[in-house]
Design a binder for this molecule. Structure first.
Ligand code: ADP
Length: 443
């Protein structure tokens, strides 16, 4: 009997274990941290052995194959030992892909993955398709394949998942953009990170489709290195050579496979970045064969995703927007770009090596106040104080929201789009967004 060892017992690891057990492997799960009760219960219910708070070498290095959680870096001591021993490491998605023939719609990119994945899932649901949501969101693909299989899967893929994918085939692959992120996991080489993203098209055939943003300079450069075997489906903000999805004269248009158009104003998601996300989602669902009226209706009634340009409420004529998920400078650029009223921007947190020059012009153009929110705000002072915009320095959400309330005038917008990770002051970006929303609602 082949032995499969799973490192990391979160959503993906626990799901992979259940599928591996079902497929008759000798399965062992090991997690360096504490395993959540719900996953312990799942493993116990399937009679799968596990350990937490440690990695027992003898029980791991005897594996025929390892399934690694995307959160564990290659530099982790146990992974180094596994690599040195030559044991094959795969991701949960790669593993699950071996046991299903369902159609896979896969979405990657530096920003916009969750929004686009959720939007595509929404359109499939509205069309009445048998569909599952997987990858970074929803239930693990492996668990669904094992216990609740669907005809289609909409899968959000991070570069970390793609790193350990080899034979998996995306029937529809979507690459939204490639901008610097997570470089600490890629030897600080942007090219390595970009190459990881391009793995989304490996194994595609002439029957498959590759949807990508035509104006991304990094994707353009990467495409010169690869021979695309699938049908290329580029989209762009405005009509240009080669693009088959774009905006023209206030109309959202798709040329392929079935010509489709609707008023841009009817799209429920706003902002330039969401034009891209809506074009990618429209192309994917048009290719699958969703009826035009369903695509039109669904692009118009999608409610958006929490913590992504989420309107919280208006207080004394001031709109408060929660974009806590903007953990890099590029995401904040798009949020600012979509602002229509004078904006008070909340910035700061755990900086991943940000270059703030990218947003300085937009900050000058759109912002009437800046509120810094981080354990250490020095880099923000160094970058933005000289712009001459009123600035407030805060170190917790309560003071931050109070500072915004004081600064804002009727007609302004307060935007939490911090460019940074949240771990210096919050549990995670959801905690940051929740605290913001609760305090705003209590103003
Ligand atoms: P991801 O899952 O890739 O992190 P999300 O959909 O959660 O992407 O959005 C993350 C942040 O990026 C949000 O703050 C959002 O405003 C911004 N964003 C969304 N779509 C795009 C896009 N296509 N290009 C750039 N930024 C985007």
């Amino acid at each position: 009997m082949s032995r499969i060892v799973i490192l990391g017992a979160g959503e993906s690891g626990a799901g992979a274990a259940v599928l591996a057990k079902k497929e008759g492997f000798d399965v062992f799960v090991s997690d360096m941290s504490a395993i959540k009760d719900k996953y312990k219960n799942l493993l116990d219910a399937h009679d799968i052995s596990w350990e937490e708070g440690q990695h027992t070498e003898e029980k791991i290095l005897n594996a025929d194959e390892i399934i690694k959680s995307p959160g564990i870096p290659n530099e982790a001591p146990m992974i180094k030992k596994i690599i040195a021993k030559g044991i094959h490491i795969i991701s949960e998605i790669e593993f699950a892909g071996r046991y299903t023939n369902s159609k896979m719609v896969c979405i990657t990119g530096s920003n916009g993955k969750t929004t686009t994945t959720s939007l595509i899932y929404h359109i499939f649901k509205e069309a009445g398709y048998d569909v599952g949501l997987a990858g970074n969101i929803g239930k693990s693909l492996a668990l669904q394949v094992a216990e609740d299989p669907h005809k289609y899967y909409i899968i959000e893929l991070s570069s970390f998942q793609l790193d350990n994918m080899y034979n998996f085939r995306a029937n529809i692959a979507i690459l939204l953009n490639i901008t610097p992120d997570h470089l600490d996991r890629y030897d600080n080489k942007f090219e390595n990170y970009a190459d990881a993203k391009m793995r989304i098209i490996q194994n595609q055939t002439a029957e498959d489709s590759f949807i990508y943003w035509n104006d991304d300079p990094t994707i353009k450069k990467e495409l010169e290195k690869f021979q695309i075997k699938s049908v290329a489906c580029p989209f762009s903000e405005i009509k240009e050579k080669g693009s088959i999805g774009y905006i023209e004269d206030g109309e959202y248009k798709l040329e392929y496979p079935i010509p489709f158009n609707m008023e841009q104003e009817e799209l429920s998601l706003t902002g330039k970045h969401n034009i891209y996300n809506s074009l990618a989602a429209g192309l994917a669902t048009n290719i699958v064969g969703v009826k035009k009226d369903v695509i039109r209706k669904s692009l118009g009634n999608f409610q958006g995703v929490e913590h992504r340009l989420e309107k919280v409420c208006k207080v004394r004529g001031v709109m408060y927007i929660n974009d806590s998920k903007a953990t890099n400078v590029d995401a904040c650029w798009y949020a600012l770009e979509s602002m229509k009223t004078p904006t008070i921007l909340i910035l700061g947190g755990k900086d991943k090596g940000n270059d703030y020059n990218q947003i300085k012009n937009l900050v000058k153009e759109k912002c009437v106040g800046l509120v810094y929110l981080g354990a250490d705000n020095k880099k923000l002072h160094d970058n933005f104080d000289s712009l001459g915009i009123p600035v407030k320095d805060t170190h917790n959400m309560k003071d931050c929201v109070a500072a915004c309330y004081e600064m804002a005038k009727t007609g302004d917008t307060v935007l939490l789009s911090p460019c940074c990770a949240s771990f210096d002051l919050f549990k995670n970006m959801e905690d940051r967004g929740e605290q913001f929303k609760n305090l705003v609602r209590n103003l």
